[in-house]
Design a protein around this ligand. Structure first.
Ligand code: ADP
Ligand code: MG
Length: 314
């Protein structure tokens, strides 16, 4: 392709909200054999919502939700936001509650007042959060987080988590000191176009892959829904780039599509890194392409554009 053709293609991309950082990236995209998708926020809407909360202790439901929301309040994770919103909704917007509308609004507007004091907060990437409330250690996260901290998960709680995971939800476990006290189920629906894009890539001869820090059972359920067979789950943030490199071993050209801080090493390691425009700045910086419309159809647009620009034999 001539420099003019590259310039034209870059312009066409920009008009469609596909920002291409340079001619090399544009050229590599035509040869992509694998597209590795991050799950949360990339294939899914990234708008997690709590669908169920089950208390496995003597604790009052409201107190349980306040405790969990307090622990998650300083986390930036989408799951944390979903939990805080759910608890807030339970306390202030519940139709069945006795307080009147005005009272709810007053409470809601200074909602930070209802959270408990938290000490020693730490976020454990790919696992959850830990902190101390009322002198007790609180853990909110996945099985790995709890088992590594010496909390045993009772069979009825484990069964409940499995049930959630088989319906494509993420189970979040909550422990107080060494005791499991509750489980929350979080759902994050697929983007509307996700399955069509996956099908389109397969038709183009490109193999879709899903990578996630989430557990295997949820990952498989989501992958099945979207039509992806090749799944890598329970990948810690640092491991996503290794997944990319494993696909590159035989010389395959690999694209990565992601949105999170977690995804930036993988976006950089990929031959073609594509960041979702609504994603974090760090991901956008690490990528070769930015998909400004946050629409996965633009993954196909980007590959098509490269193929059309470079396949012409003059
Ligand atoms: P992904 O790769 O899907 O974006 P992450 O690596 O961010 O996922 O997290 C992996 C898993 O770790 C989550 O599915 C969840 O079980 C747990 N986790 C991470 N952060 C939190 C948090 N703040 N609260 C609860 N669970 C969390
Ligand atoms: Mg993500």
């Amino acid at each position: 392709a001539t420099p003019t053709a590259v310039m034209v293609a870059t312009g066409v991309g920009a008009n469609n909200g596909v920002l291409i950082k340079g001619g090399d990236a544009l050229e590599r995209a035509q040869k992509v054999m694998f597209v590795v998708f991050d799950k949360t926020g990339t294939l899914t809407q990234g708008r997690a919502t709590v669908t169920t909360a089950k208390v496995f202790s003597w604790m009052d439901r409201g107190d349980f939700l306040t405790l969990v929301a307090s622990a998650e309040a300083s986390s930036e994770h989408p799951l944390a936001r979903a939990i805080v919103e759910y608890a807030q909704h339970f306390h202030f917007l519940d139709e069945s509650s006795t307080s009147n509308d005005a009272e709810k609004q007053i409470k809601g507007s200074k909602f930070s007042g209802w959270l408990l004091d938290v000490f020693g907060f730490s976020a454990i990437p790919g696992k959850g959060v830990q902190c101390f409330i009322d002198g007790k250690r609180i853990l909110v996260g996945n099985r790995k987080l709890l088992s590594e901290s010496g909390v045993t998960i009772p069979i009825e709680a484990e069964n409940f988590v499995v049930e959630l995971e088989e319906s494509a939800k993420t189970g979040i476990l909550v422990a107080q000191n060494d005791t499991l006290i509750g489980v929350l189920g979080v759902s994050d629906p697929l983007k509307r176009e996700a399955a069509v894009v996956v099908e389109g890539l397969i038709k183009m001869g490109v193999r879709p892959v899903m990578v996630t820090g989430d557990n295997w059972r949820t990952a498989r359920a989501v992958a099945k829904e979207v039509g992806i067979q090749d799944v890598r789950a329970e990948v810690l943030p640092a491991g996503k780039a290794d997944v990319i490199r494993s696909f590159q071993k035989d010389g395959s050209i690999v694209a990565m599509v992601g949105d999170g801080i977690n995804d930036s090493p993988a976006l950089a390691a990929a031959d073609v890194g594509m960041a979702i425009g609504a994603g974090t700045d760090i991901a956008i910086e690490a990528a070769d392409y930015v998909l400004m419309r946050n629409n996965l159809e633009d993954v196909i647009t980007a590959i098509d554009l490269s193929r059309k620009t470079f396949s012409r034999i003059r």
